[in-house]
Design a binder for this molecule. Structure first.
Ligand code: DP6
Length: 344
């Protein structure tokens, strides 16, 4: 007999990007990053976990397909949860010995290809923490699954502190403000392409760390100042400042990707067209009304205030009349949610 724990966890989209690790095994970043956690109604991961004495092996199903549990990232997350549970004496020795089954799926179209690993690992770790009754901060465990996942553990705006300890104990996420602080803030996701990225984030940032001079400059001279400035803009709800930093940081991240050797190209002609369109829209509006940001792929995430949403959606429909790119609009999320602890 064992509880099934089911949790949903949101996607987060960075406005100060994480790109580059100082430790690949512990997933310790070169720089702090900042993100907004998006509402789960449109995009989230859902994970159920269960540990039973009659399970023969640890097993995982992703979007209905059985996958290997051998991945070091999965093993590290489960191992760390069990270590914490043992230290906190939160479950019995017998429970710790049981094998665990995991079922995970994304509710957003896989075409979006957006931040699925962040939501997925945040969800897995939150579900496991509930199963093993771990009470301490789990963002550093989610980080072991995928760096950006540590930010999805909290809602609203979140900062991932790079930390300085070699063992990563201070590389954790903290909430800057919760989702009620800036309720007018919205995100509009424009799905530009659904092809799998040529170079994964993990590999792309490894190449950048090894070869990009611009990345060194970014980490030392740009990110620290930008991080403080954007946090202040968020606290003061200064949209033009927030938007300017968001766009500059996205541009610099893609410049770093290009400065890598061999270069990584994530944005497409359509992505660049959207960048131009937003700058023209802001110029015509007389002030900065919309910000774009692009992760390691062609899809745009626009940040904008609620009043602007209908105008921008009609603009997108006008410019892309064949309804491509597909778009999703959402607000910010208050954080992880537990769905249905059921008794087997
Ligand atoms: C461009 O967190 O997916 O989205 O830690 O290697 O799993 P790993 O990388 P991942 O990288 C995300 C990179 C990014 C920027 C960001 O979310 O900050």
């Amino acid at each position: 007999m064992s509880d099934i724990i089911t949790v949903i966890a949101p996607v987060n989209i960075a406005v100060i990007k994480y790109w580059g690790k100082r430790d690949e095994d512990l997933i310790l970043p070169l720089n702090d990053s900042v993100s907004a956690t998006l509402d789960t109604s449109i995009m989230c991961a859902k994970t159920s976990v269960c540990a039973r004495a009659d399970f023969k092996e640890d097993a995982i199903w992703l979007n209905g397909k059985k996958e290997s549990f051998d991945s070091p990232r999965l093993q590290n997350c489960l191992g760390e949860i069990k270590l914490r549970a043992a230290a906190e004496k939160s479950v019995s020795e017998d429970f710790l010995q049981r094998k665990v089954h995991v079922c995970s799926e994304n509710n957003f179209p896989t075409a979006a290809g957006l931040a699925s690993s962040a939501a997925g690992y945040a969800c897995l770790v939150t579900a496991l923490a509930k199963l093993y009754k771990v009470k301490s901060d789990v963002s550093s465990i989610a980080r072991l699954g995928s760096g950006s996942a540590c930010r999805s553990v909290y809602g609203g705006f979140v900062r991932w502190h790079a930390g300085i300890n070699p063992n990563g104990t201070d590389s954790v996420a903290t909430q800057i403000v919760d989702s009620t602080h800036w309720p007018e803030m919205h995100a509009l996701i424009l799905v530009v392409g659904d092809t799998k990225k040529k170079t994964s984030s993990t590999v792309g940032m490894r190449i950048a760390t090894q070869t990009s001079e611009l990345l060194k400059h970014r980490v030392k001279y740009c990110v620290p100042e930008r991080t403080e400035e954007i946090i202040q803009a968020i606290r003061q709800k200064d949209f033009p400042k927030f938007a300017e930093i968001t766009m500059k940081d996205s541009n610099q991240f893609h410049a770093v990707a290009l400065d890598s050797y061999p270069p990584c190209v994530y944005m497409t002609d359509v992505s660049h067209f959207i960048v131009d369109l937003i700058h023209k829209y802001n110029t015509a509006s007389g002030s900065v009304k919309v910000a774009y940001t692009f992760d390691a792929g062609p899809n745009a995430c626009l940040y904008l205030l609620k009043d602007e949403v209908p105008k921008v959606i009609s603009l997108i429909k006008h410019v892309f009349p064949t309804s491509k790119p597909e778009s999703f609009i959402t607000g910010l999320s208050s954080g992880e949610e537990v769905l249905s602890p059921a008794l087997m």
